[in-house]
Ligand binder design. Structure first.
Ligand code: ADP
Length: 404
């Protein structure tokens, strides 16, 4: 089945067209700067000579969808003959709130539930809805499916998702740990479970999705029992520009000292902290910090140590939560490409049964394959597994569309 996977942001619409029989990407691209000019890229993995990169007016998400369909069906740059050959569309949704706990076909009820998520993730939800409405308008007869980043975490027990705030307030405002990057944690934990020599029900895996945004999950028996991101994607470990968990009392303290409004402090914690803040605005990009680390720049050395220490603490606490550990997985931009962070996070973990093979770790870069980086005598397997959130979305979409 040909499934179009759509990831709509406020000013962008990324897409990939999958042939689910072979799980191959036939074409992929991005509509950027929607509502502010417009830049369109279209790539054909099997035919890069026919790739497209053009500046084109893209006033809204409906027009973006029209451009995507036009190029996918184009006689020269296209990969299908007509729109009918795009058999289903799968949408990535960041926040499914308390309502959407598994992938589902879009209908009026689902659209209403998504509207209900606006309060929890206003920017993301608004963008997703524009993407869905755009596709519904352009492809009214094609089944549309939503796949939520929060869904895989919905199995967490109450002790993992509850914040110690007044119960009534949590209920009134739906305040709880939701967790994010669920599609990624689901994919890499599933791949890891296949590599372990035991039934999935008995597996205990910590998945470390370390990218510009980062989260760590404890996946026991194939189900999430805890995850580091929380009510929003700001919780957990330090990220590119996000601070992660801090003493909550720091928030009103800064607001008072710096005369910030709630919106300003929220923006500050999301955009000015993490790597960017800790390195004194040197960079939010791990690669630049790695360069500094190699030159022994003390700020960069301290930043890497801080990140690695936070990862290490989550691995330790999730091992306690699962009463054991079979495997640790590193994935996403930093997890897949920065051996130094993996080495620092896993150093001095022999007590937990974790021992890396330095040469294998150094050699493991994003290659599309799952690569073991643990030493032969490590009790716990450590792997680098490139994530593939789009493939999970395509698989779920196919399963739902086929059942119609
Ligand atoms: P996002 O959360 O935006 O999806 P990514 O998972 O793409 O982020 O991760 C981006 C981070 O990964 C950046 O800090 C970047 O420096 C780091 N990184 C390191 N090496 C690479 C690489 N070869 N390709 C992409 N990102 C890399």
């Amino acid at each position: 089945m040909n499934v179009l996977v759509v990831n709509a942001g406020s000013s962008s619409l990324k897409y990939q067209l999958f042939d689910t029989a072979t799980e191959k990407v036939l074409a992929k691209g991005n509509c950027e700067r929607i509502g502010d000019g417009g830049l369109f890229t279209h790539k054909l993995p099997d035919n890069p000579d026919l790739n497209v990169k053009i500046e084109i007016d893209i006033p809204n998400h409906t027009e973006a969808t029209k451009i995507v369909v036009k190029y996918l069906t184009d006689p020269v740059h296209g990969v299908v003959k007509s729109m009918d050959e795009i058999e289903a569309v799968g949408h990535r949704i960041v926040h499914g709130g308390a309502y959407l706990k598994e992938s589902v076909l879009v209908n009026a009820d689902v659209l209403e539930k998504l509207e209900g998520c606006r309060d929890l993730a206003p920017l993301h939800t608004a963008a997703h809805l524009m993407g869905i409405h755009g596709c519904l308008e352009v492809m009214p007869n094609t089944p549309q499916v939503v796949v939520m980043d929060t869904a895989f975490h919905s199995t967490m027990p109450a002790e993992a998702y509850t914040y110690p705030l007044p119960k009534k307030m949590c209920e009134k405002y739906h305040i709880r740990r939701y967790g994010f990057h669920g599609t990624s944690h689901r994919y890499v934990s599933g791949e890891m479970a296949k590599l372990l020599d035991k039934p999935v029900e008995e597996t205990k895996i910590v998945t470390c999705h370390i990218g510009n945004g980062s989260s760590i999950s404890a996946v026991k028996g194939g189900k999430v029992i805890d995850t580091s991101m929380g009510f929003t994607p700001l919780d957990g470990i330090m990220m590119g520009t996000r601070c992660g968990s801090i003493d909550p009392a720091i928030v009103p303290f800064i607001m008072e000292k710096e005369n910030m409004t709630p919106a300003e402090v929220n923006n500050f914690m999301n955009k000015k902290c993490g790597f960017l803040g800790v390195t004194d605005e040197l960079s939010s990009d791990c690669r630049e910090i790695e360069e500094g680390y190699m030159k022994n720049d003390p700020i960069c050395v301290d930043t890497f140590k801080l990140l690695a220490y936070q990862i290490k603490k989550f691995i330790g606490s999730y091992t306690a939560a699962m009463n054991g550990l079979d495997a640790v997985v590193f994935t996403a931009g930093i997890g897949e490409n920065t051996p130094l962070i993996r080495a620092l996070a896993c150093e001095n973990m022999e007590f937990y049964g974790i021992k890396l093979d330095a040469a294998k770790n150094d050699a493991a870069h994003h290659q599309g394959d799952s690569l073991e980086i643990s030493a032969a005598d490590s009790k716990v397997k450590v792997y680098v597994i490139p994530t593939n959130e789009e493939l999970v979305i395509a698989r779920d979409t196919e399963a739902i569309a086929k059942a119609l």
